[in-house]
Design a protein around this ligand. Structure first.
Ligand code: TMP
Length: 236
Protein backbone atom coordinates (compact mmCIF):
# COMPACT_ATOMS: atom_id res chain seq x y z
CA UNK A 1 0.00 0.00 0.00
CA UNK A 2 1.66 3.22 -1.16
CA UNK A 3 2.31 5.71 1.64
CA UNK A 4 1.42 9.31 0.82
CA UNK A 5 1.62 12.57 2.76
CA UNK A 6 1.45 13.06 6.50
CA UNK A 7 -2.19 13.68 7.43
CA UNK A 8 -1.77 14.31 11.14
CA UNK A 9 0.84 14.13 13.86
CA UNK A 10 -0.38 13.42 17.37
CA UNK A 11 1.49 13.09 20.63
CA UNK A 12 2.29 9.40 20.23
CA UNK A 13 1.57 8.61 16.57
CA UNK A 14 1.85 9.96 13.04
CA UNK A 15 -0.87 9.23 10.52
CA UNK A 16 -0.23 9.03 6.75
CA UNK A 17 -2.61 8.91 3.82
CA UNK A 18 -2.34 6.03 1.37
CA UNK A 19 -3.33 5.40 -2.25
CA UNK A 20 -6.64 4.06 -0.92
CA UNK A 21 -8.91 6.84 0.44
CA UNK A 22 -10.41 4.34 2.91
CA UNK A 23 -7.07 3.37 4.50
CA UNK A 24 -4.37 5.11 6.55
CA UNK A 25 -0.96 4.14 7.88
CA UNK A 26 -0.30 4.85 11.57
CA UNK A 27 3.30 5.11 12.70
CA UNK A 28 3.94 4.80 16.43
CA UNK A 29 6.54 7.10 18.02
CA UNK A 30 8.72 6.69 21.11
CA UNK A 31 7.54 10.14 22.30
CA UNK A 32 5.66 10.20 25.59
CA UNK A 33 3.61 13.01 27.07
CA UNK A 34 1.51 13.40 30.19
CA UNK A 35 -0.78 16.03 31.68
CA UNK A 36 -2.02 17.24 28.27
CA UNK A 37 1.45 17.43 26.83
CA UNK A 38 2.96 19.52 29.67
CA UNK A 39 5.38 16.73 30.54
CA UNK A 40 7.41 15.41 27.61
CA UNK A 41 9.88 12.58 27.24
CA UNK A 42 10.96 9.53 25.29
CA UNK A 43 10.37 5.90 26.12
CA UNK A 44 12.89 4.03 23.99
CA UNK A 45 11.26 1.17 22.07
CA UNK A 46 7.72 2.19 23.05
CA UNK A 47 6.54 2.79 19.46
CA UNK A 48 7.28 -0.75 18.34
CA UNK A 49 5.86 -2.30 21.53
CA UNK A 50 2.63 -0.30 21.39
CA UNK A 51 2.16 -1.00 17.69
CA UNK A 52 2.62 -4.76 18.02
CA UNK A 53 0.70 -5.02 21.30
CA UNK A 54 -2.28 -3.07 19.92
CA UNK A 55 -2.47 -5.29 16.85
CA UNK A 56 -2.19 -8.46 18.95
CA UNK A 57 -5.02 -7.35 21.25
CA UNK A 58 -7.17 -6.05 18.38
CA UNK A 59 -6.94 -9.48 16.71
CA UNK A 60 -8.11 -11.12 19.94
CA UNK A 61 -10.97 -8.64 20.21
CA UNK A 62 -12.04 -9.18 16.58
CA UNK A 63 -12.33 -12.92 17.32
CA UNK A 64 -14.64 -12.09 20.24
CA UNK A 65 -16.91 -9.85 18.15
CA UNK A 66 -15.44 -6.37 18.59
CA UNK A 67 -14.91 -4.70 15.17
CA UNK A 68 -11.61 -2.77 14.95
CA UNK A 69 -9.80 -0.53 12.50
CA UNK A 70 -6.93 -3.02 12.07
CA UNK A 71 -6.12 -4.06 8.51
CA UNK A 72 -2.49 -5.23 8.51
CA UNK A 73 0.73 -4.76 10.47
CA UNK A 74 3.30 -3.39 8.01
CA UNK A 75 6.43 -3.22 10.16
CA UNK A 76 7.58 -2.87 13.77
CA UNK A 77 6.11 0.60 14.01
CA UNK A 78 3.62 0.88 11.17
CA UNK A 79 0.13 -0.51 10.66
CA UNK A 80 -2.44 -0.16 7.91
CA UNK A 81 -5.82 0.80 9.37
CA UNK A 82 -9.27 1.78 8.20
CA UNK A 83 -9.75 5.53 7.95
CA UNK A 84 -12.33 6.41 10.58
CA UNK A 85 -13.82 9.62 11.83
CA UNK A 86 -12.89 9.54 15.52
CA UNK A 87 -15.82 9.92 17.93
CA UNK A 88 -14.50 12.66 20.26
CA UNK A 89 -15.02 10.62 23.42
CA UNK A 90 -12.41 8.97 25.59
CA UNK A 91 -14.09 5.86 26.91
CA UNK A 92 -12.63 4.76 30.25
CA UNK A 93 -13.39 1.49 31.98
CA UNK A 94 -12.25 0.89 35.55
CA UNK A 95 -12.09 -2.34 37.52
CA UNK A 96 -9.90 -1.16 40.39
CA UNK A 97 -9.69 2.30 41.97
CA UNK A 98 -6.70 4.29 40.66
CA UNK A 99 -5.64 7.57 39.08
CA UNK A 100 -8.17 10.38 38.72
CA UNK A 101 -10.96 8.19 40.15
CA UNK A 102 -9.01 7.66 43.39
CA UNK A 103 -8.21 11.37 43.60
CA UNK A 104 -11.77 12.55 42.89
CA UNK A 105 -13.37 10.20 45.41
CA UNK A 106 -10.66 10.37 48.08
CA UNK A 107 -10.10 6.63 47.85
CA UNK A 108 -6.96 4.61 48.12
CA UNK A 109 -5.58 3.14 44.90
CA UNK A 110 -5.93 -0.62 44.61
CA UNK A 111 -9.46 -1.14 45.96
CA UNK A 112 -11.42 -3.40 43.61
CA UNK A 113 -14.74 -1.82 42.56
CA UNK A 114 -17.99 -3.70 43.17
CA UNK A 115 -18.49 -3.78 39.40
CA UNK A 116 -16.70 -2.27 36.38
CA UNK A 117 -17.49 1.40 35.69
CA UNK A 118 -17.60 3.31 32.43
CA UNK A 119 -17.01 7.01 32.01
CA UNK A 120 -16.69 9.39 29.10
CA UNK A 121 -14.33 12.31 28.66
CA UNK A 122 -14.82 14.88 25.93
CA UNK A 123 -11.65 14.56 23.83
CA UNK A 124 -10.37 18.14 23.94
CA UNK A 125 -6.87 18.92 25.22
CA UNK A 126 -7.58 22.67 25.60
CA UNK A 127 -10.36 21.81 28.05
CA UNK A 128 -8.25 18.99 29.63
CA UNK A 129 -10.62 16.26 28.42
CA UNK A 130 -13.50 17.07 30.80
CA UNK A 131 -15.64 14.31 32.31
CA UNK A 132 -19.09 14.20 30.64
CA UNK A 133 -22.03 11.83 30.60
CA UNK A 134 -24.06 10.42 27.72
CA UNK A 135 -26.60 13.28 27.91
CA UNK A 136 -23.79 15.82 27.38
CA UNK A 137 -22.51 13.74 24.46
CA UNK A 138 -25.99 13.80 22.89
CA UNK A 139 -26.57 17.50 23.66
CA UNK A 140 -23.22 18.44 22.12
CA UNK A 141 -23.80 16.23 19.06
CA UNK A 142 -20.66 14.24 19.83
CA UNK A 143 -22.44 10.95 19.11
CA UNK A 144 -25.92 9.54 18.52
CA UNK A 145 -27.81 7.38 21.01
CA UNK A 146 -27.21 4.35 18.77
CA UNK A 147 -23.47 5.07 18.70
CA UNK A 148 -23.29 5.56 22.47
CA UNK A 149 -25.13 2.27 23.01
CA UNK A 150 -22.78 0.43 20.64
CA UNK A 151 -19.72 2.04 22.26
CA UNK A 152 -20.93 1.08 25.74
CA UNK A 153 -21.63 -2.51 24.72
CA UNK A 154 -18.24 -2.90 23.01
CA UNK A 155 -16.33 -1.20 25.85
CA UNK A 156 -17.61 -3.67 28.46
CA UNK A 157 -16.89 -6.55 26.08
CA UNK A 158 -13.35 -5.25 25.53
CA UNK A 159 -12.97 -5.19 29.32
CA UNK A 160 -14.15 -8.79 29.72
CA UNK A 161 -11.84 -10.09 27.00
CA UNK A 162 -8.81 -8.10 28.17
CA UNK A 163 -9.27 -8.81 31.89
CA UNK A 164 -9.35 -12.53 31.21
CA UNK A 165 -6.43 -12.37 28.79
CA UNK A 166 -4.16 -10.28 31.05
CA UNK A 167 -5.04 -12.40 34.09
CA UNK A 168 -3.53 -15.34 32.19
CA UNK A 169 -0.30 -13.33 31.88
CA UNK A 170 -0.16 -12.54 35.60
CA UNK A 171 -1.38 -8.99 35.04
CA UNK A 172 -4.34 -7.20 36.66
CA UNK A 173 -6.18 -4.88 34.26
CA UNK A 174 -6.87 -1.93 36.57
CA UNK A 175 -8.41 0.48 34.03
CA UNK A 176 -8.00 1.59 30.43
CA UNK A 177 -9.02 4.18 27.86
CA UNK A 178 -10.24 3.36 24.36
CA UNK A 179 -11.50 5.36 21.41
CA UNK A 180 -13.95 4.54 18.65
CA UNK A 181 -14.37 5.75 15.09
CA UNK A 182 -17.07 5.82 12.44
CA UNK A 183 -16.46 3.71 9.35
CA UNK A 184 -19.14 3.44 6.67
CA UNK A 185 -21.93 4.02 9.21
CA UNK A 186 -20.55 1.60 11.81
CA UNK A 187 -18.77 2.31 15.09
CA UNK A 188 -15.47 0.39 15.35
CA UNK A 189 -12.61 0.31 17.86
CA UNK A 190 -9.74 2.58 16.80
CA UNK A 191 -6.60 4.16 18.30
CA UNK A 192 -4.53 1.83 20.52
CA UNK A 193 -4.46 -0.51 23.51
CA UNK A 194 -1.05 -0.39 25.17
CA UNK A 195 0.75 0.44 28.43
CA UNK A 196 0.19 4.10 27.40
CA UNK A 197 -3.58 3.65 27.64
CA UNK A 198 -4.06 0.92 30.26
CA UNK A 199 -3.09 0.52 33.90
CA UNK A 200 -1.47 -2.90 34.18
CA UNK A 201 -0.28 -4.16 37.56
CA UNK A 202 1.62 -7.36 38.24
CA UNK A 203 -0.93 -9.69 39.88
CA UNK A 204 1.50 -10.87 42.56
CA UNK A 205 3.65 -7.85 43.40
CA UNK A 206 1.21 -5.12 42.23
CA UNK A 207 4.15 -3.46 40.50
CA UNK A 208 3.00 -0.90 37.91
CA UNK A 209 3.80 -2.06 34.36
CA UNK A 210 2.44 0.96 32.47
CA UNK A 211 2.79 4.66 31.70
CA UNK A 212 2.22 5.66 35.34
CA UNK A 213 5.96 4.89 35.71
CA UNK A 214 6.59 7.83 33.36
CA UNK A 215 3.75 10.07 34.64
CA UNK A 216 4.88 9.66 38.26
CA UNK A 217 8.66 9.43 37.71
CA UNK A 218 8.83 5.92 39.16
CA UNK A 219 11.84 4.83 37.06
CA UNK A 220 12.33 1.63 35.02
CA UNK A 221 9.84 2.87 32.42
CA UNK A 222 11.32 0.96 29.47
CA UNK A 223 11.64 -2.19 31.59
CA UNK A 224 7.93 -2.11 32.37
CA UNK A 225 6.91 -1.83 28.69
CA UNK A 226 9.34 -4.62 27.78
CA UNK A 227 8.01 -6.85 30.57
CA UNK A 228 4.42 -6.53 29.31
CA UNK A 229 5.63 -7.18 25.75
CA UNK A 230 7.59 -10.25 26.88
CA UNK A 231 4.54 -11.70 28.66
CA UNK A 232 2.43 -11.27 25.51
CA UNK A 233 4.73 -13.85 23.89
CA UNK A 234 4.97 -11.96 20.60
CA UNK A 235 8.40 -10.40 21.09
CA UNK A 236 10.30 -13.20 19.23
P1 TMP B 1 -7.19 8.49 34.84
O1 TMP B 1 -7.31 7.68 36.08
O2 TMP B 1 -6.02 9.44 34.85
O3 TMP B 1 -8.49 9.17 34.49
O4 TMP B 1 -6.88 7.47 33.64
C1 TMP B 1 -7.74 6.40 33.36
C2 TMP B 1 -7.13 5.51 32.27
O5 TMP B 1 -7.03 6.21 31.04
C3 TMP B 1 -5.71 5.02 32.58
O6 TMP B 1 -5.60 3.66 32.19
C4 TMP B 1 -4.81 5.85 31.72
C5 TMP B 1 -5.68 6.21 30.55
N1 TMP B 1 -5.43 7.55 30.03
C6 TMP B 1 -5.13 7.71 28.70
O7 TMP B 1 -5.04 6.74 27.94
N2 TMP B 1 -4.94 8.98 28.24
C7 TMP B 1 -5.04 10.09 29.02
O8 TMP B 1 -4.86 11.19 28.54
C8 TMP B 1 -5.37 9.89 30.41
C9 TMP B 1 -5.50 11.08 31.32
C10 TMP B 1 -5.57 8.62 30.86
Amino acid sequence: MGKRGLLYEGKAKKVYETDDPDLLIVSYKDDATAFDGQKKGTIVGKGAINNRMTNHIFKLLEKRGVPTHLVEELSDRETLVKKVEIVPLEVIIRNVCAGSFAKKLGMEEGIRLACPTLEFSYKNDDLHDPFINDYYALALNLATREEIDAITKYAFLVNEVMMEYFAGLGIDLIDFKIEFGRYHGQVILADEVSPDTCRLWDSETHEKLDKDRFRRDLGNVEDAYEEVFRRLGISG
